[in-house]
Ligand binder design. Structure first.
Ligand code: ATP
Ligand code: TYD
Length: 237
């Protein structure tokens, strides 16, 4: 497959066309952002770690019957994916209270959420990814009720698969964000699943092993991503 022109450079990944109109190449860069891009830093090895982490997770999800855009890892920092028409809505599931939920509702960080919660956010940096709901998504045409129902069902199926996978590595999947898109009319999981877009805590000590290390200036960010990867079986060499 031939890599062609860059179509888009996001905050952490770049998207390239290929000679196949149905496929793109995603490159995972070392760039790391937080607070809607207010804080930007380059963290050595992050692109490689997240590309390998994401490939491993997408393969696990596909094996569990979840439709994903992931096709193959091309190199340390590049993967081939199906070209999706992205739905500009982010789906968030929370198993344990942290981050935005704690700030917004004043609940205690670490509280177990039973049943897990499901939230929607509009993918719009200029508006700081505001929280939305099904009604707003339908009215403004971001997604149909049928698409939203499918996205919600898939997001919870991902929870079943990944909660168990991380638990086997002694980790708690606290929360995570998924993005979906359409491929020939079908809802497919897109973007990435890596410690950049989820929270993972050590099950014993509750040590944070995800992007909160960057957000909170705790250091050891990529070392933590690698530690998580090793515990669930991601190969980094
Ligand atoms: P954010 O960090 O809020 O997700 P961003 O645009 O800065 O936004 P990046 O991950 O840097 O995010 O960029 C990757 C872009 O590629 C995102 O806009 C994402 O929605 C898009 N994307 C991911 N997978 C696909 C796909 N299979 N087809 C088309 N676009 C995709
Ligand atoms: P949340 O606690 O709402 O956000 P924040 O901590 O940034 O205030 O996020 C819940 C989870 O979803 C967390 O693991 C981060 C992830 N997420 C993203 O990666 N990008 C996003 O745009 C959003 C809304 C969430």
């Amino acid at each position: 497959m031939e890599k062609r022109q860059e179509l888009y450079a996001g905050k952490a990944k770049s998207v390239f066309a290929t000679d196949d109109p149905d496929h793109l190449i995603l490159t995972f860069r070392d760039d790391t952002s937080a607070f809607d891009g207010e804080r930007m830093e380059s963290l050595a090895r992050k692109g490689m770690v997240n590309n390998r982490f994401n490939a491993f997770i997408m393969e696990q999800l596909a094996a569990a019957g979840i439709p994903t855009h992931f096709t193959q890892r091309l190199s340390d920092t590049e993967s081939v994916v199906k070209k999706l028409d992205m739905i500009p809505v982010e789906c968030v599931v929370r198993n344990i209270a942290a981050g935005g939920l704690v700030k917004r509702l004043g609940v205690e960080e670490g509280k177990e959420l039973n049943p897990p919660t499901f939230e929607l956010f509009l993918k719009n940096d200029a508006l700081h990814d505001p929280m939305i709901n099904e009604s707003l998504a339908e009215t403004f045409g971001w997604a149909t009720p049928e698409q939203l129902a499918e996205m919600k069902a898939l997001t919870f199926r991902v929870n079943d698969v990944l909660k168990r996978l991380f638990a086997d590595g002694g980790l708690l999947l606290v929360d995570y964000k998924l993005e979906f898109g359409l491929f020939k009319g079908e809802i497919v999981l897109g973007d990435e699943f890596s410690p950049d877009g989820c929270r993972l805590w050590d099950a014993e000590t509750r040590e944070k092993l995800d992007k909160d290390r960057f957000r909170q200036g705790l250091g050891g960010v990529i070392e933590a991503y690698e530690e998580v990867g090793r515990r669930i079986g991601v190969g980094f060499d």
